[in-house]
Design a protein. Structure first.
Length: 77
């Protein structure tokens, strides 16, 4: 692995990162029990939906604006 990847891996495996603190506050379940819990599924859906909207919406808007600039028509049709 690259040294940058190794540094990131070490950082995210530390127990005192802000993300770790937030996740521990959300769910106190640990280990194998957490892997099979409904809390894990809820958390994964929440994070993935927030990420999809926070990244996807601006990207679609930019593409729409670029199309409008290119041909002068409506953004999405």
């Amino acid at each position: 692995m690259h040294s940058g990847v190794n540094k990131l891996d070490k950082y995210f495996r530390r127990k005192e990162t802000p993300l770790t603190r937030i996740l521990n506050a959300i769910s106190s379940i640990k280990g194998e029990e957490y892997l099979k819990s409904p809390e894990r599924r809820k958390l994964e859906l929440t994070i993935s939906l927030l990420f999809a909207f926070s990244v996807g919406l601006p990207v679609v808007t930019v593409f729409g604006l670029l199309k409008q600039i290119e041909d002068g028509g409506p953004m999405l049709f």
